[in-house]
Write a protein that binds this ligand. Structure first.
Ligand code: SAH
Length: 339
């Protein structure tokens, strides 16, 4: 068992079941997330017998850094997991703090046409501790504190729902890493039943949707998930999410040359989203050598932006990070595996 895999409640249960006090869990969280110990033996305020028991039953750090690429405000890391698989994380420096983009699965089954991560099918889900460790390891390596977390790396987080929620609970705990729920964003390609579950979550976590098309017809060409959950169901679930949580939804929209970037697409998108509490983040496509899709021209990007804006949609163009390094989802891992 890995100690970073436990929520505070699970650790309290563990100690109560083992005839110990509930508050032990808080002591352990303090050692793990405040004092940042590397070995269980460093928990010096615990009795010898308990320490021995913990050392026998639990592990701590399991992921290691194997590669790193750096640009001005962005760094990309490749980690090796205990079973030899690899995942990536990206660190971005913003004026408001350091934000990390974490992976949630090894590979991905969603099969989006434009995405490097999904070129390799899902091998397995990450366990919560493997997501937590991405944060801890980067904080240690870079001597920083991370303030914002986005789950937008390799994988579909809603296809690993249970571990995702555990991860959120662990990093959000006030006496642990204490990353505020408003500073956590989960991005999904649109798994409707999980969006519904997420609407009832007792955390104020942000939700982002990879929409990338204004109609089912176009969306089905690039995102197979829309054959399972069509646009109408997706938008309906999001409207319910917004009314239940009172939170604004972010729509991510990659602009792909001559696929989804026409003025007509912008009109259709604004009709679809009109009146919703949302904003659209336009993403210039990060081209990758294995995939034959091209990014939209500067002119179409600005035309798309202007059209949405004129029609009253909140819209931004994503500031580009990591163009010079392999920062598009899954690129660093692909490179590693080709070597
Ligand atoms: N599976 C989740 C989260 C991972 S992808 C999801 O679909 O949202 C994170 C975001 O990066 C998604 O919006 C995805 O569509 C986008 N993305 C993937 N490949 C990209 C590329 N080459 N250039 C720009 N954005 C990309």
């Amino acid at each position: 068992m890995n100690l970073y895999n436990f929520t505070i409640e699970e650790l309290e249960d563990y100690f109560v079941q083992h005839g110990d006090k509930k508050f032990r869990a808080q002591q352990i969280f303090e050692w793990l997330y405040r004092k940042r110990i590397e070995n269980i033996s460093e928990m010096t305020n615990l009795k010898k017998e308990l320490l021995e028991e913990l050392e026998q039953n639990f592990t701590l750090n399991t992921i290691t850094l194997v590669d790193r690429e750096e640009d001005i405000d962005v760094k990309k890391y490749l980690f090796r997991l205990p079973d030899g698989e690899h995942v990536e994380a990206v660190l971005m420096k913003h004026i408001y703090g350091e934000s990390i983009c974490v992976s949630s699965q090894v590979g991905c089954n969603m099969g989006c046409a434009f995405c490097e991560s999904g070129r390799r099918k899902k091998v397995r889900n990450l366990e919560a501790h493997e997501m937590v460790e991405q944060i801890l390891l980067l904080e240690k390596l870079e001597k920083i504190r991370i303030s914002h977390v986005v789950v937008m790396g390799i994988g579909e987080p809603f296809d690993n729902y249970e571990q995702l929620i555990k991860f959120i609970s662990i990093i959000n705990y006030a006496k642990g890493l204490a990353i505020g729920s408003r500073h956590i964003t989960v991005s999904t390609c649109g798994i409707v039943p999980k969006i519904k579950e997420f609407s009832h979550l007792p955390y104020q976590v942000n939700l982002a949707i990879s929409l990338h098309a204004p109609t089912d017809e176009i969306r089905k060409q690039i995102m197979p998930i829309s054959k399972v959950y069509p646009m109408e169901e997706l938008i309906q679930a999001l409207k319910e999410y917004i009314s239940l949580t009172n939170r604004r939804v972010t729509f991510e929209y990659i602009l792909l040359n001559e696929i989804n970037d026409s003025t007509e697409c912008a009109h259709l998108l604004s009709d679809l989203l009109r009146g919703m509490n949302c904003y659209v983040n336009l993403i210039p496509y990060n081209e990758t050598s294995h995939i034959d899709l091209k990014r939209s021209t500067k002119k179409s990007i600005h035309n798309f932006y202007d059209t949405l804006k004129k029609r009253g949609i909140n819209v931004t163009i994503r500031r580009e990070y990591g163009g010079a390094i392999s920062a598009a989802c899954g690129q660093l891992r692909s490179k590693k595996e080709e070597r």
